[in-house]
Ligand binder design. Sequence first.
Ligand SMILES: [Mg+2]
Length: 298
Amino acid sequence: MNAQLREILSRSQAAFLGLAIGDALGAPLEFMTTGEIKAKYGLLKDLVGGGWLRIKAGRVTDDTEMSLCIARAIVAAGGWDLKGIAENFAAWLKSRPLDVGDTCRKGIRNYMLKGALETSFNQWDAGNGAVMRILPVVLSTMGDGGECERQVIAQAHLTHNHPLSDSACICLGKMVQLSIQGHSKPRLRKEVDALIEAHPGFRFEPYKGLATGYVVDTMQTVFHHFFRGKDFEDCLVNTVNQGGDADTTGAIMGMLAGAYYGLENIPRRWQKKMDSKVMDEVTVLAERLVRLSPQWEP
Ligand SMILES: [Mg+2]
């Protein structure tokens, strides 16, 4: 394996580990306000248990679990497999997960009852449930931006069919691929500027401080803390302490900052405290996914 591929592999793994860590770090803060977080933790910098889910420290939620569903389906099929992804979502929903978003539940039930692989447009589908789980597709399409775009939207439409969700998925997918390829923040910023040009609601300067499940608020929070952040820990800590949908903003920031800053920048203390089964599986899956991509020509 040449040095460039080694770097791509390691950043891909960092993105998947980052997603899981961000999910687990934010989970106990979900639905809290910044004031409530400050009163209880000061600034939360460590993996703790608790929150409304009464979660164990280092455990992940639906953000990581749905990403695993997609990753396993693509790896099992050796490539894109929308029906396989829907099947894994259905099995996951039947397993009574710790948490599942309303729009996700509705879309998965729609598949279970009618075999539908695409929900129709719905004005209420502009949540962040589709963008939080794009990473496996981003990895398996490394080196092919057009295919990445097509697949992030197809997986999104299993549950969320809304132009704001679609645009966020495409923009984040490009940012993560560029990060894995070693591009700079100013280059990534161009993708965000293009998104804002098309949908001015995503403007994040000045930052309004909203971190709800609405995909526009979610992405503003991620953009704000990513472009100001100085390393993986700084980006992630500031993001989850914003509260609101903290596990999902954490998961999205984790995949982006993981891809951008790389494995060496992910704090050891977080890696050690995480559910080791999840950490092992995402490490293996990230490698299998990126090896399926057009970028992989050893
Ligand atoms: Mg969650």
